[in-house]
Design a binder for this molecule. Structure first.
Ligand code: HEC
Length: 314
């Protein structure tokens, strides 16, 4: 009887714990349809065309706020990178990489003859240009919020599982509510208040969007303070200081791919996954040869074992 009661109490506590967990938190990041090519076992590689498009998205959209300070231009042209070319095994010689680097101007280490600091075109060996000279400048330009460096963002948000960080970036960027869902009304002080109505057949509540903050179901956070409505239907997710960045057609892809929101989010997430670990392609391309080698070695060892012990009774 006591055991039964203890069990019951335990189960009850578990159920409470689970429901408390379900009440907070953000929506689980979703992998794109078909998954990520690089997450295939044992030797999945990035989708090179997609990563090239993703670089275009990064450069034309994200680079004005987010740096990639752990990356050098030449990484783009190294084996496994989006612009690797067999004709240029040394990425420093790759003309495309040189041209990409030269489009950015970076502060030269040495001043010019008259002692003034000056900017020069970047070279493949340079680190990516940072959008702001320091964090204070970055915050000042973004209403107090700091746009994080994106070098290892897919690792930081990935919790170890392959592709999870990329899925987060993909979900976050394509997961903002549609623009027509955001409504506006005048507050008591005459200022505009933005809000979103949530309905499940009927309206179950409204979510106020604080100024300079944007609701996103995939952003970890808690919207309790801004939610007016049925507490059982409180929306997932939280607010972040980054407005939606990828409306349809935000970039014009050089390879003619249609630039839908999902496509751009997919491509830039692919690129950022690669950027988080530029050498992974090289490492993974070793996986299959190593497996074959180990297999052959096992067979060889098995036969020598048989041979060596052939006359020994056991
Ligand atoms: C106008 C500036 C701006 C642009 C352009 C921009 N972002 Fe952001 N981003 C921000 C700011 C500011 C934050 C910090 C938001 C916060 O902490 O509330 C942020 C946060 C993020 C985060 C982190 C979210 C988290 O989990 O903390 C990711 C990922 C991100 N941006 C990716 C991108 C990508 C990819 C692009 C290009 C498609 C991009 N951003 C374009 C300003 C920008």
């Amino acid at each position: 009887m006591t055991i039964f009661r203890t069990l019951l109490v335990g189960l009850g506590a578990m159920a409470l714990g689970l429901s408390a967990h379900a009440a907070g938190g953000s929506k689980h990041a979703e992998a794109p349809e078909g998954g990520w090519s690089f997450a295939k076992v044992p030797a999945g590689q990035i989708d090179k065309e997609s990563a090239q498009r993703g670089f275009q998205v990064y450069k034309e959209v994200c680079a004005s706020c987010h740096g990639l300070k752990l990356l050098s231009y030449r990484n783009l042209g190294e084996k496994g990178g989006p612009f690797y070319d067999d004709a240029y095994p040394n990425a420093n010689d790759n003309p495309l990489v040189k041209a990409i680097a030269a489009e950015d101007e970076i502060l030269a280490l040495e001043p010019d003859e008259s002692g003034d600091p000056f900017y020069r075109p970047a070279r493949p060996s340079d680190r990516f240009r940072s959008p702001y000279p320091n964090d204070q400048a970055a915050r000042a330009a973004n209403g107090g919020a700091l746009p994080p460096d994106l070098s290892v963002i897919t690792k930081a948000r990935g919790h170890g599982a392959e592709g999870q960080g990329a899925s987060y970036v993909y979900s976050l960027l394509s997961g903002y509510p549609d623009a027509e869902k955001i409504k506006s009304k005048k507050g008591d002080d005459g200022l505009n208040i933005n809000y979103i109505e949530f309905d499940k057949g009927e309206v179950v509540g409204t979510l106020l969007q604080p100024t300079g903050q944007y609701y996103n179901p995939y952003m970890p956070g808690d919207v309790t303070a801004q939610w007016a409505g049925d507490p059982r239907h409180k929306p997932y997710g939280g607010f972040l200081a980054m407005a939606p960045q990828l409306p349809e057609g935000r970039v014009e892809y050089m390879d003619g791919t249609e630039a839908t929101t999902e496509q751009m989010a997919y491509d830039v997430a692919q690129f950022l996954h690669w950027a988080g670990d530029p050498k992974q392609g090289q490492r993974k391309s070793l996986a299959l040869p190593v497996l074959i080698y180990l297999l052959l070695l096992t067979i060889l060892l098995w036969f020598s074992y048989k041979r060596i012990w052939r006359n020994v009774k056991h």
